[in-house]
Design a protein around this ligand. Structure first.
Ligand SMILES: [Zn+2]
Length: 504
């Protein structure tokens, strides 16, 4: 079986009503005997949806390596703080927690450690804790050096710090649980998402680092040789709105948009990119920026593995000052979200459910010819001053040799949460837009959306059709999972969604 259901606990069972009312009676009896316990009794008496949200600062120290590009370099400035943004929902004694971290990606071991702390301190199981990364490229590494293997070499100091801060954020959100109501909305922002993989005129795709010619080129730049993008985009901004029961103050908004990142940050600067600006801006558009407890917005990265903010169908406009593009994208997405949230219908009823599967997938392995190419490439002297023409072959040669020695098959976590009529899926990869659109179309839940880079980081996830076209995202080392991985992951998620939809 490729995708086996992990046996230890896949389904969170809701306490039967009879059991719940007898527990309530016991609490009431206890409260009658114990002075000072009446608030707790009141909470047990009035169940229904509750929600709490909080943020934890996860900014790395200056000097840590910024990891967005091929050659990491030390940070010299913090432009804006990085956060783990946490939302906890509770209904009928069952909790689900959603965490979005301002990181490029995070090793599975980091999220496993955070989950261990959250389970121990908050009683929220791994299945019900969906943690993901925004994919900001101006962050320090929370990935593992041995990212091609799952054997733990222990956590770095920064990974341990982030795990601790995630657990603290969830705990603070639990501390802030209060009667709540939720609503769902959707906006469309098509003007900030562009498929970055392009078909080009015959004979004009430049050679890849291995000396071959792909059928498509990633980030080709504006050129008369471009034919058409190689895939779709998903312009939807999906929104879960949470406020205090009875039309009270905002608690949180979880948004999801399928844009890789923006990236016009200053040199050596740590920044949460447009994800952070969006969260602050949405708070002010909703008039919620000076609340106590604070309003918490989260912006998760959808399925943007092949989608960025560069429109190559027309010549690039002159670059503005640093962060101006980040501000402009955040403003447009926040305005669209705020607009979609007006006149929303809220409900205090929402079935909460969660599933986690450990999927077994093969890792790609270099052929003997590819190993020979890698060894030859690394044996040559480093050519200085030739930019990526020199960096890329060496970088991929190193990745090839790591994959040669990596485990042939690994286990990756895939997750699904149900929140009333909606579902959120979690995939630990840079997922392509078409996979997200496919899940939205085939899910029994409306709305459905996906958090990419969730629960770990296992590289790009092109579909089998995109693998056949080649290009950066499909190169072995950028993509490390077998070519059928997106199909297997989608099937596993749809099976989990179908199981959860059986509950009314
Ligand atoms: Zn990426």
């Amino acid at each position: 079986m490729i995708f086996g259901v992990r046996k230890r606990s896949q389904t969170l069972r809701m306490a039967p009503r009879a059991m719940k009312s007898s527990i309530t009676l016991c609490f009431l009896a206890l409260c009658f005997l114990l002075p000072g316990a009446s608030v707790f009794a009141q909470e047990v008496q009035s169940p229904g949806l509750r929600a709490g949200a909080a943020t934890s600062n996860i900014t790395p120290e200056i000097g840590g390596l910024i990891v967005g590009g091929f050659s990491p370099f030390p940070s010299t400035h913090i432009h804006d703080e990085l956060h783990a943004r946490c939302l906890v929902l509770e209904n009928e004694g069952r909790k689900v927690a959603i965490v979005v971290c301002d990181l490029l990606g995070a090793a599975r071991q980091l999220f496993d450690e955070a989950a261990r702390l959250v389970e121990k301190e908050c009683g929220i199981s791994r299945e019900a804790l969906l943690m993901s990364c925004t994919h900001t490229h101006s962050a320090s590494s929370a990935l593992s050096d041995n990212r091609y293997d799952t054997v733990s070499t222990g956590l770095t100091d920064y990974q341990r710090f982030v795990a601790r801060r995630i657990a603290d954020g969830v705990r603070r959100a639990v501390n802030l649980l209060r009667p709540a109501e939720i609503g769902f909305a959707s906006a469309s922002v098509p003007g900030q998402v562009f498929n970055r993989r392009w078909f080009m005129k015959e004979g004009t795709v430049p050679p890849n680092p291995f000396g071959g010619i792909d059928k498509v080129k990633m980030n080709p730049g504006y050129s008369a040789n471009l034919v058409k993008p190689a895939g779709p985009t998903d312009p939807e901004v999906s929104l879960l709105a949470v406020r205090e029961k009875g039309g009270g103050p905002w608690i949180s908004v979880l948004a999801n948009y399928s844009l890789h990142y923006v990236g016009d940050v200053g040199p050596g600067e740590v920044s949460a990119d447009y994800f952070g600006v969006f969260c602050t801006r949405l708070g002010s558009l909703l008039g919620a920026e000076r609340q106590d407890p604070p309003f918490v917005a989260l912006l998760s990265n959808g399925t943007s593995g092949d989608v960025n903010n560069n429109d190559y169908s027309r010549p690039a406009s002159p670059r503005g000052p640093k962060y101006s593009k980040i501000q402009a994208v955040a403003e447009e997405v926040a305005q669209a979200a705020a607009q979609a949230l007006t006149g929303l219908t809220f409900t205090t009823e929402a079935v909460l459910d969660a599933r986690l599967k450990e999927g077994r997938v093969k890792q790609r392995r270099p052929t003997p010819e590819q190993v020979a190419w890698a060894e030859q490439t690394l044996a040559q002297p480093v050519a200085l001053g030739k930019g990526s023409a020199s960096i890329l072959p060496r970088a991929y040669a190193e990745r090839f040799l790591k994959l040669k020695n990596a485990q042939p098959e690994i286990t990756i976590p895939v997750q699904a949460l149900r929140i009333g009529p909606a579902a959120i899926t979690g995939i630990p990869c840079e997922t392509f837009a078409e996979t997200g659109l496919d899940l939205k179309a085939r899910s029994p839940f409306r709305p459905t959306w996906t958090h990419s880079i969730a629960g770990g980081y296992f590289g790009y996830l092109p579909t089998p059709e995109q693998h056949r076209l080649g290009g950066y995202e499909t190169w072995m080392g950028t993509s490390r999972l077998e070519e059928q991985a997106s199909v297997k992951i989608t099937d596993a998620l749809l099976e989990m969604l179908s199981q959860m939809s059986a509950t009314p």
